[in-house]
Design a binder for this molecule. Structure first.
Ligand SMILES: C[S@@+](CC[C@H](N)C(=O)[O-])C[C@H]1O[C@@H](n2cnc3c(N)ncnc32)[C@H](O)[C@@H]1O
Length: 232
């Protein structure tokens, strides 16, 4: 296991029970809206949908609610996040249409083209080789299927210094006020987001993985980014 993978596992392991309560804090309450936009990119006729890095199943549930005939498989490498996700799926009464499985995005336990569509959320900052992971995600989607992702973005212009202030001071302080585990998240996120966007061009990465018609929408002054496209 690489240092990056191990760090991601350690970071999320204690968060499962409190993730849903505090995650929106990190996005000023914006991320439910970002998730809804992400899910709206997946056409309703897509019946078999894979949600990668599903965590506590927020996106999986939204995907299932968006189309009554849809069957969603969620996959995540954290058994602790999945445990919280399974409880949430049961509470939502969607146990018959959402299955959550443990696994890694880098090596998906599915056949080529097994899904009509695929979503993933806040994943690429946690993998060693984003290009190889993108190819693996595209592999399991049938040609013509939709792939859509949500990630934190970097606001531009006047919003950027405000964002810097938030991730350098506000977020670490807010995290520390919740628990040591959330303090670690609060310290980690700013540098992780900044570093990721300094090195990765999302649209190029997607096209190199064989995804066409790639489009990007920056949400909430660029604090969130949704990218979507079609498997060639
Ligand atoms: C910030 S959470 C997002 C959870 C959920 N999708 C949401 O919208 O709230 C990121 C998730 O990615 C998972 N993850 C990180 N690296 C992964 C990998 N290589 N394969 C599968 N899951 C991974 C973590 O375990 C964590 O649950």
């Amino acid at each position: 296991m690489s240092a990056r993978t191990e760090h991601a596992r350690e970071l999320f392991a204690p968060l499962g029970p409190t993730y849903d309560r505090y995650a929106s804090l990190l996005s000023f309450g914006q991320d439910p809206r970002w998730r809804r936009f992400l899910v709206s990119r997946v056409p309703a006729p897509a019946e078999r949908v894979l949600d990668v890095a599903c965590g506590t199943a927020a996106v999986s549930i939204e995907l299932a609610r968006a189309a009554p005939a849809r069957v969603v498989t969620g996959i995540d490498q954290s058994s602790e996040m999945l445990a919280a996700g399974r409880a949430r799926v049961e509470r939502a009464g969607l146990g018959g249409r959402i299955e959550l499985r443990e696994g890694r995005a880098e090596s998906l336990p599915f056949a080529d083209g097994e899904f009509d569509a695929l979503t993933f959320t806040y994943l690429l900052r946690y993998v060693d080789d984003p290009a190889a992971t993108m190819r693996e995600l595209a592999r399991v989607v049938a040609p013509g299927g939709t792939i859509a992702m949500l990630e934190f973005g970097l606001p531009r212009g006047l919003w950027r210094p405000l964002w810097e202030l938030y991730v350098r001071a506000g977020l670490p302080l807010a995290g520390a006020a919740v628990s040591p585990a959330w303090r670690d998240v609060g310290r980690f996120l700013g540098p992780s987001i900044r570093n990721f966007h300094a090195h990765v061009s999302l649209e190029e990465l997607w096209r190199a993985a064989g995804i066409v018609d790639v489009r990007t929408r920056r949400l909430s002054v660029g604090g969130g980014i949704v990218v979507w496209g079609t498997r060639a």
